[in-house]
Design a protein around this ligand. Structure first.
Ligand SMILES: Cc1ncc(COP(=O)(O)O)c(C=O)c1O
Length: 361
């Protein structure tokens, strides 16, 4: 390896992101509950749009995403000019970091915040700052205390991954109001649709100049494999992001499929209700087995064990039963396992297997 050819500072500090496992060696048809995917898949209308898009593969896609932005704006009653679409919300998060943070700048997030915030900060040469939470809940005062003249971005996911906890809109508003002038608040709403009556922070974006919200098609819309996300922000921010976005960052297949999906709000309502029902059931069943979790507002629960050893042993046991959940030691939660709320049969299998595991100890 040449000493002379080096990446930008920060890049070699990035630990590779590991996605959720999808297979267990020697186990056929394992159930994947490790990536917070929708067990019911994508709405039919989205699948049909995907099939139709195959007929125009020779054509370049729309560079301005007008159709998808219009659909998102119509459904959420937004200004389409202030919507931006990307290859997953990850791309929007990255564009934000690339545009607003650089060497000597600080990027703030919470101690168990989504790993991409740290990765994006390091990739931009900025300094990641992880702020303590209060019992796995975002602590607005701790974030405000961590801010200074170098803070350029503050990321919070609400609900948060992997804790599943969320804070009230009034707390988010207090955070936005208390930030230093040069700092932008990014509200990551990857799981916002799972919360009945919650706008993901849209009204705060409308009310302020320093707040951006991101959303995804990967979770409740069941399109994790498609890679589409979007953001909504003040005009000045969206203008900046559009300047650095690749013009053809989304294919026609992605655009048309996501547009059909967002127009199917009945699907969202149905999946939210089913998720809430099974989440409550699963959390209750595990609690009865001595495995507590915080009240989750998302499509997963963070199951707490007595320590790392028990969590790892339970994970190994579940894998033998064909159930793949997520270890979260990389989030400094080695005593926990994050379990996606699957369909009823999967949830029952998880509870049964955890019961068997506990019986062996
Ligand atoms: C909190 C949070 N934000 C963003 C994402 C990125 O989602 P995507 O890039 O698939 O839109 C995820 C995915 O797991 C997430 O958990």
């Amino acid at each position: 390896m040449s000493d002379a050819i080096r990446p930008q500072p920060g890049i070699l500090d990035i630990a590779l992101y590991e996605g959720g496992k999808s297979e267990v060696a020697g186990v056929a048809n394992a159930v994947k509950l490790s990536s917070n995917e929708n067990p019911f898949g994508a709405p039919d209308r989205a699948r049909e749009a995907f099939q139709r898009a195959v007929h125009s593969l020779n054509r370049y896609p729309s560079a301005d995403h007008a159709g998808l932005r219009a659909a998102i704006a119509e459904v959420h009653r937004l200004d389409p000019e202030r919507v931006i679409c990307g290859a997953g919300s990850d791309e929007i998060l990255n564009l934000l970091t690339q545009a607003y943070a650089g060497p000597r700048d600080e990027v703030v997030f919470t101690e168990h915040g989504f790993l991409m915030y740290r990765i994006g900060a390091l990739a931009a040469g900025a300094t990641p700052v992880a702020v303590p939470e209060r019992e796995r809940v975002t602590d607005v005062d701790a974030i405000l205390r961590a801010c200074n003249t170098r803070t350029r971005l503050v990321f919070i996911a609400n609900p948060n991954n992997p804790t599943g906890t969320m804070i009230a809109p009034a707390e988010v508003a207090r955070l936005a109001a208390g930030l230093p002038r040069q700092a932008l608040l990014v509200l990551d709403g990857a799981y916002a649709e799972y919360v009945e009556g919650f706008d993901g922070g849209l009204s705060l974006v409308e009310a302020r100049e320093n707040v951006v919200m991101t959303r995804t098609f990967s979770k409740i819309y069941g399109l994790g494999g498609l890679r589409v996300g979007w953001g909504y922000g003040p005009r000045h921010v969206i203008d900046v992001l559009n300047r650095i976005r690749q013009p053809f960052n989304l294919s026609t297949v992605q655009l048309d499929t996501a547009e059909a999906a967002v127009r199917d709000q009945d699907w969202v309502t149905k999946c939210r209700a089913e998720n809430a029902r099974m989440r409550a059931w699963l959390a209750g069943a595990l609690a009865e087995l001595g495995v507590p979790s915080d009240t989750s507002a998302a499509n997963f629960i963070l199951a707490r064990f007595s320590g790392r050893e028990e969590a790892e042993a339970c994970d190994a046991f579940l894998q033998q039963q064909g159930l793949i959940v997520r270890r979260v030691a990389g989030y400094n939660l080695p005593h926990c396992l994050r379990i996606t709320v699957g369909d009823e049969a999967s949830c029952r299998r998880v509870a049964h297997a955890v019961g068997q595991f506990k019986g062996t100890r």
